[in-house]
Design a protein around this ligand. Structure first.
Ligand SMILES: Cc1ncc(COP(=O)(O)O)c(C=O)c1O
Length: 396
């Protein structure tokens, strides 16, 4: 900051900074010649661009005055109906009044924390968990406690009595970010049982559930416990993230609370993209496009797993999640290897990743990497994994 300029008097939250080192390392990895397994973007080959252009034309031509006007905070009726039908068709019975449209599910994380959490309140998260959720929740200054886990991910058996004063438990049911793991049906049922015993609320964040490779994930947590679950969904991965449209489903009274907070944040999500998305849902474009999207994810994911198998040093205490959907693989290295410290070497070898420590709410576990692969062409996946394996091998 320039010393001669006046310093702004920032709040505690305004002064919070995410890890500067991590930001620097990730910006270094943004070069063309570096194979980035760090960037977690969807593959634009899956965006239905022509169809979106047609839907935009249709919306502007037939209801332009409305599409460009202010509107209701809870969302456009067509989109709420279309989302309710979409959720219902996938086994989670949902009425339109149980849908709140938000500006990406990221906004839902922010609103949820604001609605539930006072500073110092306990919330339960998986560890590791989605970095963006930790950032959003942190603004409400909660106390993070960790849901028990084993190699399969969340283990509800370990949820203890002292967790019952938590405001909510935040979970990703399918192909989680960053681990790629999915909570099995038995564990989902047990989670719901424990939540009922302890009177816990569940925030189910499910952006990746539709991106399965061979087999659909089990039924949603909301379908098992509609009375105590807020379910977060998004069009970012099944349509495109630039639309900035997500949704929350749950008890309408609770959605009213979120809507009131949303009103202060942004009044409503863009009417134009909402109406376009509603058109794409009701004309079946999204449904028809999904198999192509899944194929991109499946092909890259399967290829990436094969490359890890081929290049990673054997019998060296390195493991990774055998993902069956979504866009992330979680690598566990021997404990003495710090993935953050390895980054400069990896970048020199022209490959990058997200150091796992960034995904722990306490940042205390160093020997992990998150690898994303859906935007990386196969030949680069091959070269990138080979380079990464070489870097790791030097530290064994
Ligand atoms: C687990 C999880 N939740 C929420 C989001 C936010 O997505 P969006 O705001 O685009 O819906 C992401 C984005 O990567 C995510 O991985």
């Amino acid at each position: 900051m320039n010393e001669t300029l006046p310093r702004p008097r920032l709040s505690t939250i305004g002064s919070m900074r995410t890890d500067a080192l991590l930001k620097k390392l990730l910006s270094l990895s943004a070069h063309e010649d570096i194979t980035s397994f760090a960037v977690g973007l969807p593959n634009p080959d899956g965006f239905p661009i022509e169809e979106t252009a047609e839907a935009a034309q249709y919306v502007l031509k037939t209801m332009g005055r409305r599409a460009l006007q202010y509107s209701a905070t809870e969302g456009e009726p067509e989109l709420r109906e279309a989302i309710a039908a979409y959720e219902t068709s996938r086994g989670t019975p949902t009425r339109p009044e149980e849908v709140l449209i938000v500006t990406g599910s990221q906004q839902a994380l922010d609103l949820t924390a604001r609605a539930f959490v006072d500073p110092g309140d306990k919330i339960l998260v998986e560890n590791p968990t989605y970095l963006g959720a930790v950032s959003a929740f942190s603004l409400s200054r909660p106390r993070f406690e960790f849901l028990p886990a084993d190699a399969e991910g969340l283990d509800p058996e370990g949820i203890t009595e002292d967790m019952k004063d938590a405001k909510f438990a935040y979970v990703m049911p399918a192909f989680s970010n960053p681990t790629g793991l999915t909570i099995s049906l038995e564990r989902r049922k047990r989670l719901v049982e424990r939540a009922r015993e302890l009177d816990l609320w569940i925030i189910e964040d499910d952006p990746y559930g539709e991106l399965w490779y061979e087999k659909r994930p089990p039924q949603t947590i909301r379908s098992l416990a509609p009375e105590r679950t807020l379910r977060l969904g998004t069009l970012s991965k099944i349509l495109s993230p630039g639309m900035r449209l997500g949704y929350v489903t749950g008890d309408p009274e609770l959605l009213d609370v979120l809507a009131e907070l949303k009103l202060s944040a942004d009044m409503h999500s863009p009417v134009l993209t909402q109406l376009i998305a509603a058109r794409l849902l009701t004309t079946g474009v999204i449904e028809k496009n999904l198999p192509a999207v899944r194929k991109i994810y499946r092909d890259r994911g399967t290829f990436m797993l094969a490359c890890l198998e081929k290049y990673m040093p054997r019998d060296a205490g390195i493991s990774w999640t055998r993902v069956e959907g979504g866009m992330f693989i979680w690598v566990t290295l021997p404990e003495h290897i710090d993935a953050m410290k390895l980054m400069p070497e990896a970048i020199a070898a022209k490959v990058s990743y997200v150091p796992g420590a960034a995904c722990f709410a306490l940042g205390d576990k160093k020997n992990h990497m998150r690898l994303s692969f859906v935007t990386v062409p196969e030949e680069r996946i091959d070269a990138g994994v080979r380079a990464l394996a070489g870097v790791i091998a030097r530290h064994l």
